[in-house]
Design a protein around this ligand. Structure first.
Ligand SMILES: Nc1ncnc2c1ncn2[C@@H]1O[C@H](COP(=O)(O)OP(=O)(O)O)[C@@H](O)[C@H]1O
Ligand SMILES: [Mg+2]
Length: 284
């Protein structure tokens, strides 16, 4: 099967008037993304994620190397229609409200007015922006980010490219974004996410590349990268006071125990549970 994205030996040097100030932002990166995958590009600030995505999208000319999207050049009109893109920096018209923004974008994407409005209503409601008819210029950063995300998914694109999708979002909104992305994945959409937020990548991606200083340092399925061969984590319904007994049972069975600790939930899970109890910000 032909990959949806195919990147070969991609390199970007940002040139300066002073040659020693040239920046090699991306250095010989190659990867494929297959249909239906959620692919993560993980790396610290300045590692080349945004530069890579902009080259993949055909918005930035590579110094060398090739990009194919749907086996075509990224600039091709047909390809562009199949892509939703959330840029790293939110760029929206401050004088429009969220509905007007999406209606305009829908019209530019060739969607019918009615379809665009229905999609916009649904997505904005889910993102808890349903009643936000104020102009975007007065939105908080996170609210504007959600509108930009809504814009990226409005036309239900085959390929979604998201540069730091949850940056600036509260945990509840980030969870809604993740849920929407899971739904898109289940419909066979292909999704590429760049992030420096490790838990985001861990929660959403099937396969990742880890980049640093413009180079791929590790790649593979998340489960293969994170699995510690030969170790199994067991969560027991037992009180810490029963530790001795648990250890004895396991050692009698010839198993060695590396550590015993209380099981905990992640802070974001606790946060969502607490908000859920009070019925705050429900996002069905
Ligand atoms: N327009 C530009 N001109 C010069 N250098 C740039 C430009 N854009 C990015 N860079 C540099 O390229 C490197 C990679 O940047 P970027 O792709 O934005 O990384 P990331 O998205 O991983 O934070 C950084 O060193 C950054 O300073
Ligand atoms: Mg970036």
């Amino acid at each position: 099967m032909t990959p949806i994205i195919s990147v070969r030996n991609l390199k970007k040097v940002y040139r300066s008037f002073i040659p020693r100030m040239n920046v090699v932002a991306v250095d010989s990166i190659s990867f494929d993304v297959n249909k239906g995958e959620v692919f993560g590009i993980l790396g610290p600030n300045g590692s080349g994620k945004t530069t890579t995505l902009r080259m993949v999208l055909g918005l930035l000319r590579p110094t060398s190397g090739t990009v194919r999207l749907f086996n075509k050049m990224p600039q091709s009109l047909e390809v562009r229609k199949s892509i939703g893109y959330l840029p790293e920096k939110t760029t929206l018209y401050g004088f429009l409200n969220a509905f007007e923004t999406l209606r305009l974008f829908g019209a530019m994407s060739g969607m019918s007015k009615r379809h665009a409005m229905e999609r916009a209503e649904e997505i904005l409601r889910r993102l808890d922006l349903g009643d936000a008819r104020r102009r975007i210029g007065s939105y908080s950063k996170g609210m504007a980010r959600k509108v930009a995300f809504a814009q990226a998914i409005l036309a239900d694109p085959e390929l979604l490219i998201l540069d730091e999708p949850t940056s600036g979002l509260d945990p509840l909104s980030a969870a809604t974004v993740r849920t929407i992305l899971e739904e898109m994945k289940s419909k066979g959409k292909t999704i590429v996410i760049s992030s420096h937020i490790l838990s985001d990548i861990q929660k959403m991606c099937d396969r990742v590349v880890i980049i640093a200083k413009g180079r791929i340092r590790a790649e593979g399925s998340l489960s293969s990268l994170l699995t510690r061969e030969g170790y199994t984590r067991l969560v027991l319904k037992a009180d810490p006071s029963q530790k001795e007994m648990v250890l004895k049972v396991l050692s009698d069975a010839g198993l060695s125990v590396e550590r015993i600790e209380n099981d905990t939930v992640e802070l974001d899970k606790l946060f969502l549970e607490v908000l859920g109890k009070d019925g705050v910000g429900s996002c069905s």
